[in-house]
Ligand binder design. Structure first.
Ligand SMILES: [Zn+2]
Ligand SMILES: [Zn+2]
Length: 335
C-alpha cells in the first residue's frame, strides 16, 4: 500500500474519532501519523515486512496495528467500524482522485499575516511539490491578532510577490486575500480592492453561532459578491472542539453554484470543512470545489494528500475541482 493511501485512511480515522470529544487526543495522534506519512512517504510494505512500522514518527503500537491491517488487506477493520458507528458506511459511488494531476493550491498564508514562513519559503515548498500555482491568501484587517492586510499592505505584498515569482521559476503566485465575512455578509475589504486581486477567498471566522436565518442571509450576501471566488471552510467548524455555523446549506450552495463561487474543502485536520456529507450535497446542487491545505508553513501542503479522501467520499469528480485545472483555465484570474 502506498503511503498516501494509508495517510488518507489514518486521516479519515482521525476525522471520525474527532466526532467524539472524548477521543480528541487519539484523533490528533492519528492525524499526526497521517501527516508524517503524507510528508515522508515511507515504504510501508518494506517497513511492515521488517516489523518496523513503529520506527515511523508518531506511530505507536496501536496505529502500527491499524497500518499493518491496511498494508495486508488494503482495508482497515477499525476504520470500517468507526464508519459504521458514525452512520457513514462504505459506499460504492466514491470518486477517484488522482493527486498526481494536482496543479496547485489556492489558499495559503505567509508571515505577512499568521503564517510561519516567508512567501519565498512557501513558494519553494509549492514548487518542490510540482505545483504550477499557489494562491497567497493572507488574512484581512478585521482579525487584528493575525496582523491582517489592508489595501496598503496588500500593495507592498504585491511587490514581494513579483520578486518571489522571479526567484521561483515556473510557479505562478496568485495574489489574493482570505477576506472575513462580516456579521451582515459584507466583506472586510472594499470591492475596489478585492477586484484587483487574483483570488478572493471569503471565509466565516467569527460569530459562527448566529441564528441560522441571519447566518443564511450573511452567507448568501457573501456568495453573491462578484469578487468572491471561493468560500473558505464554509462552516468554520473545528471537529471535536467547535461546532460550525448552521444555515440553510441548500439555499447557500445553490446560490454559490449559480454565481460560480467554489466551495472549499479545507484539508487542515483541525477543520476538515466542508464535511464529506455537506460536500456531497453541494455536488448535487452543481457546485465546484477547491481542495486546499490552508497551509501556514510549507510542511502543511501535505494536508491535501491527507484530506483528499473527503472529496473521494463525497463522490466529487476531478473536473469539478479547481485545483486540477491548469492556471489558464481558472476563470477567477481574469475576473
Ligand atoms: Zn480561515
Ligand atoms: Zn486560511
Amino acid at each position: 500500500m502506498d503511503a498516501i493511501a494509508a495517510a488518507q485512511a489514518l486521516s479519515e480515522i482521525g476525522y471520525l474519532l474527532r466526532q467524539n470529544p472524548k477521543e480528541v487526543y487519539r484523533a490528533r495522534a492519528f492525524s499526526a501519523a497521517s501527516w508524517t506519512l503524507a510528508l515522508e512517504r515511507p515504504n510501508l510494505d518494506a517497513l511492515s515486512k521488517d516489523n518496523k512500522l513503529t520506527s515511523i514518527e508518531g506511530v505507536g503500537e496501536g496505529i502500527a496495528k491499524v497500518l499493518a491491517g491496511l498494508i495486508e488487506t488494503g482495508q482497515s477493520t477499525y476504520l470500517e467500524r468507526l464508519r459504521a458507528e458514525n452512520g457513514q458506511p462504505a459506499r460504492d459511488d466514491e470518486s477517484t482522485i488522482d493527486l498526481g494531476a494536482y496543479q496547485g493550491d489556492l489558499h495559503s498564508h505567509t508571515d505577512w499575516s499568521d503564517g510561519r514562513a516567508t512567501m519565498l519559503e512557501m513558494a519553494r515548498g509549492a514548487k518542490a511539490l510540482g505545483y504550477k500555482y499557489l494562491g497567497v491568501t493572507d488574512h484581512s484587517p478585521r482579525i487584528k491578532v493575525v496582523n491582517g492586510l489592508d489595501a496598503e499592505r496588500l500593495l507592498a505584498q504585491s511587490r514581494e510577490r513579483e520578486q518571489v515569482e522571479k526567484e521561483v521559476e515556473g510557479l505562478a503566485l496568485l495574489q489574493g486575500i482570505e477576506v472575513d465575512i462580516l456579521e451582515d455578509g459584507a466583506l472586510d475589504l472594499p470591492d475596489a480592492v478585492l477586484e484587483l486581486l487574483d483570488v478572493v477567498i471569503a471565509s466565516p471566522h467569527v460569530k459562527l453561532r448566529q441564528e441560522p436565518s441571519a447566518m443564511t442571509e450573511r452567507m448568501l450576501r457573501a456568495v453573491s459578491n462578484p469578487n468572491v471566488d471561493v468560500i473558505g471552510h464554509p462552516t468554520g467548524r473545528r471537529p471535536g472542539s467547535r461546532e460550525g455555523a448552521t444555515y440553510d446549506f441548500e439555499k447557500v450552495f445553490r446560490e454559490a453554484a449559480r454565481h460560480g463561487v467554489a466551495l472549499e474543502i479545507d484539508c487542515d485536520p483541525a477543520r476538515m470543512d466542508l464535511s464529506p456529507e455537506h460536500a456531497r450535497l453541494a455536488l448535487e446542487l452543481g457546485c465546484t470545489f477547491a481542495i486546499d491545505a490552508d497551509a501556514h508553513a510549507p510542511g502543511e501542503f501535505a494536508y491535501v494528500p491527507m484530506g483528499a479522501w473527503m472529496a473521494r467520499r463525497a463522490g466529487i469528480p476531478m473536473d469539478r475541482i479547481l485545483n486540477f485545472r491548469p492556471l489558464e483555465a481558472l476563470t477567477m484570474i481574469a475576473k
